[in-house]
Design a protein around this ligand. Structure first.
Ligand code: 5IU
Length: 260
């Protein structure tokens, strides 16, 4: 099963090009850390990306919270991602009918499909979302993380929904990079990546329903391959030191998981 398999072996079983790339980055940089760069200022995002670049495998954005957004932000961000070898990941959580998703993904001021190798999507509206992302213009290199669970307290997602999401994933092996979830929902399909948000060393939540678990717990007990860390890093006194610490702790947990 995937929990015991090294990433490099799993990369050979992955069908999505971004997953293959990610497994390679994770192995060579020894990091499973995805930074949630939830900042509203372009310069701050670029500076943080530059500084923590060596320690992350992916940089997750919410591009629509950037207050001074200009398309000029994209090229430097792409340059930093290339130089430090990490993947750009827009957490757009597409959830509309296919036709609308196609436009949200490729048009408007953000033109997500032109720069984000990875995006998130809800499975709520079914296969149309995936067909839209698959067929839209933009970069050839693209992958989707489908939401099967969330870290939010009181989430309406139930077991039936989660199972149906996994089933949908199986129909798009070349498009879906992995699953966003909190529990080890799939043990086979080693080519798929489990992405788990809600990760913090001090696992106290916020006052808007976010629930945190520690790096050790999500990787060893819950099967996370990539851990998403936002405020644990962005709000640390020294974000660079914090990123390095999360990288180290997460990687040790992964090594422990695949041990013997
Ligand atoms: N995020 C979650 N939980 C989820 C999903 C996405 O926290 O279930 I799906 C996003 C929201 C935010 C980041 O961008 O991951 C976590 O940030 P913090 O580590 O600051 O809570």
């Amino acid at each position: 099963n995937r929990f015991k398999m090294p990433f490099l072996d799993r990369s050979k079983l992955a069908k999505n090009p971004v997953s293959i790339k990610l497994f390679g980055i994770m192995s060579s940089k020894q990091t499973t850390l995805c930074l949630a760069a939830d900042l509203t200022d372009s310069t701050k995002i670029l500076n943080l990306a530059e500084q923590v670049g060596p320690y992350i495998c992916a940089l997750k954005t919410h591009i629509d919270i950037v207050e001074d957004f200009h398309p000029n932000l994209i090229q430097p961000l792409k340059d930093i991602a290339k130089r430090h070898n990490f993947v750009l990941f827009e957490d757009r959580k597409f959830a509309d009918i296919g036709n609308t998703v196609e436009m949200q993904y490729s048009k408007g001021i953000y033109q997500i499909s032109s720069w984000a190798s990875l995006v998130t999507a809800h499975s709520l509206t079914g296969k149309g979302v995936l067909d839209a992302i698959k067929g839209a213009p933009g970069n050839e290199e693209r992958g989707v993380f489908l939401l099967a669970e969330t870290s939010a307290a009181g989430s309406l997602i139930n077991d039936t929904y989660t199972k149906a999401t996994l089933k949908l994933t199986a129909d798009y092996p070349d498009l879906v990079s992995g699953i966003v979830c909190q529990n080890p929902l799939f043990s086979d399909s080693p080519g798929l990546i489990q992405l788990t948000p809600g990760v913090k060393l001090e696992s106290k939540g916020d006052n808007l329903g976010q629930q945190y678990n520690t790096p050790d717990y999500v990787v060893i007990e819950k099967g996370a391959d990539i851990a998403v860390v936002g405020r644990g890093i962005t709000e640390a006194a020294d974000p660079v030191t914090a990123a390095k610490l999360y990288r180290d702790v997460l990687w040790k947990a992964y090594e422990k998981r695949i041990e013997n």
